[in-house]
Write a protein that binds this ligand. Sequence first.
Ligand code: PMP
Length: 409
Amino acid sequence: SRLNVTPVAPDEIFALNAAYFADADPQKVSLGVGVYRTDDGKPWPLPTVQKAEKALVADDDLMRHEYTAIEGDVPFLPIARDLMFGFEGKQSEEEAKARIGTVQTVAGTGANHLGALFLAHHMKPRSVWLSNPSWANHQTIWDLAGVPRKTYPYYHAATRSFDFEGMINTLESEAEEGDAVLLHACAHNPTGLDPNKEQWVAIADLCERKKLFPFFDSAYQGFASGSPEEDAWAVRYFFNNKPDMEMCVAQSFSKNFGLYGQRVGAFHYCLNRSSTSIRDVVVGNLCHLIRGEFSMGPRSGCSIVKKILTSEELTAEWYQDLQVMSSRIKTMRRALYDELVRLQTPGTWEHIIDQSGMFSYTGLTPKQVYALKDKYHIYLLKSGRASISGLSQKNVAYVAQAIDDVIRN
Ligand code: PMP
């Protein structure tokens, strides 16, 4: 071939999912990919989403397959922004809105990518700081943008808790002015551990003092606490309380609306002052990148979100759907914990109930993870990350028993 290509390792999550589907064992359990499942192990198109879809069909809008604008579906943009920022801060709403430039993206991945590319072109950070560990795709995304990566400590393995001191000390002593710091807005992937409010305040102070650029990744709004407002706390705190600090947010609607394959997302750039003219220049430059890459974000998933969030009734129902998902996950955390305690499985298991969001960082070793797959057909990531919604009342005792066995033997 005329190409200069070397083999690329398959994406761990998608490869694991394929192996799970190919496995004929009736007891197999998927704790890999981060998708919501019902207690029957089935996908769950949100009831509110189904209602919105029916309403959209009934609308029979002639425009429904037409091009939108380069920045996306224009009425969707303030809806996405308001879900993220809420605007209960000190500034007047209009002033605050004039600080934010928003464009539609190809889901959260696309928002992360567009943001990374935009910063690489127009801010040129010397480094981006990722948490150790982080969502593996952050590495690919920042490599593609050509920004050198560094990591800050995040997970304290011995105590299975958030390493706040390690994070602060490393950024304090090693991060340089203008560096970007990637922060998970809530429900940190893969650890399930978030800073508390006091710690967020300290992180915001540090970013301000050291002139670092906060880059928020919000992929699970509504999944950590069940409340979209509560889960946006950190983003809103930074925005409202550090108005002199610029920042950005990559927003995904994949998990909280169950619209995984529809690719709904937005990217928000927050300026350090209200200026519709600067904001429009920022959006214009984002549009330039969008035009060269994909012309505009896809239409149908974002019509569904728009339909829901412009109706008070559907919005209230969506809040209930979020409760259904987040509370089932909490129930399964508790069930797994109870079983492991009942079996007196060696180790401590409080972290399973203390962590939040879709995942638990179990603390299982790669060898134990391999044994779970080999012997029990239970699939989770090599890091020990388990997607809790793969558990059900039917399989949780089996999974706990299997974990107990691979730990003891
Ligand atoms: N960021 C994080 C931390 C994630 O876990 C995910 C989903 N796995 C995303 C971004 C993006 O997801 P999507 O592109 O499906 O919206």
